[in-house]
Design a binder for this molecule. Structure first.
Ligand SMILES: [Zn+2]
Length: 355
């Protein structure tokens, strides 16, 4: 202990130096408080010394008491001064740490995008609305009559196997395998009036799952019925649509095919948008990509819709929008569209396609 008692009194100078040194070393307000407690607290050295005065002779007590009280006042003043310095420092540090740097770039929150199929859907619908088509909508849980029978596919018709169906727990109902039931529903709604000129976009369901098929996909159906409609009208409409979708140089070709609800029927190809028709991996070097099935509405279907096949004719086609998205945006696995991988979907930025 720094000389508690020198000859004739208390070593107040030594104590004051010791306190000064401890305060100098105290770098936080908490450390200063510890110094204060050590000297001036209830069991502090100065407090204890004051308490011990009573044991001194009267003369010495008076003189020592004055010295100790001066020492206490000096210590208190030093502590106060040190605290002021440290508080100012700590305040400055807090301010520096919490300072707002206005020059930092803002954090950009992720912004939602339109799904590629939604983009294509809006594009295609816009093309047909401008050509004077009306947009109609129908149920995804459909009756066997609308989904098959009215479309010239009676029970046991082999074409039903071409579209493996999802049946539901309701007698005579199925998840629609195509948007073609909308042909019958649109004819019924028109009630014999002419022309019928509609598109119907929506989800359809088939038991299929590979790189070019998913169990749920999006189809757009188009139907035109009027007097004197022929294959040339079909071809002209498809060419206009294809050029609006894939560019003004796009050509189309129709290959004979079979569908129960059209006669004649055709599969429709467009020139490959990737290579411009020269041949590449996407089109397997053919220069062509198949995009849809089409044909003249079968007389049985016209009859089932309430129209006289002797008096009117029409064309219809069904377009897979996922397939259009693959061709338009240039990717080769259709399943990517439904895996919700943000890294894939984020590539379809805002602004393109005028959306
Ligand atoms: Zn190609």
């Amino acid at each position: 202990m720094t000389g508690v008692r020198k000859k004739g009194g208390w070593a107040t100078e030594d104590w004051l130096q010791a306190i000064a040194a401890e305060l100098e070393a105290a770098s936080t307000t908490a450390a200063v408080e510890a110094v204060r407690v050590a000297w001036l607290g209830r069991r502090g050295r100065i407090t204890e010394a004051l308490r011990g005065l009573g044991a001194l002779p009267v003369e010495a007590r008076r003189e020592a008491g004055q010295r100790l009280n001066r020492l206490r006042e000096a210590a208190e003043a030093q502590i106060k001064a040190r605290l002021q310095v440290l508080k100012a420092q700590e305040e400055a540090e807090t301010l520096a740490a919490e300072r707002l740097d206005m020059s930092w770039p803002g954090r950009r929150p992720p912004v939602g995008r339109l799904h590629p199929v939604t983009r294509v859907r809006r594009l295609v619908e816009d093309i047909f609305l401008r050509m004077g088509f009306a947009m109609v909508d129908g149920p995804e849980v459909e009756s066997l009559w609308y989904n098959f029978e009215a479309l010239n596919m009676p029970e046991h018709h082999p074409a039903r196997d071409m579209q493996d169906s999802f049946f539901v727990n309701l007698p005579g109902m199925v998840l629609r395998t195509q948007t073609s039931p909308m042909q019958i529903r649109a004819m019924e709604a028109a009630g014999g009036r002419l022309p019928v000129r509609i598109i119907a976009t929506g989800r359809v369901y088939r038991r299929d799952d590979d790189a070019t098929h998913v169990p749920m996909f999006t189809q757009m159906e188009a139907l035109v019925i009027d007097r004197g409609i022929g294959m040339a009208d079909l071809k002209g409409t498809l060419l206009a649509m294809s050029r609006a979708l894939f560019g003004p140089e796009t050509a189309i070709r129709l290959r004979p095919s079979y569908f129960p609800f059209t006669e004649p029927s055709a599969e429709v190809d467009v020139t490959c948008a990737v290579c411009g028709g020269r041949g590449c991996r996407t089109c397997k070097d053919t220069g062509w990509l198949e995009i849809l099935g089409a044909g003249m509405v079968h007389p049985v279907v016209l009859q089932n819709g309430g129209y006289d096949p002797e008096a009117v004719s029409g064309f219809a086609f069904g377009l897979g929008l996922e397939r259009v998205a693959m061709i338009r945006y240039g990717f080769d696995d259709l399943r990517l569209l439904y895996q919700n991988d943000w890294r894939f979907l984020a590539q379809f930025g805002r602004g393109e396609d005028g959306m």
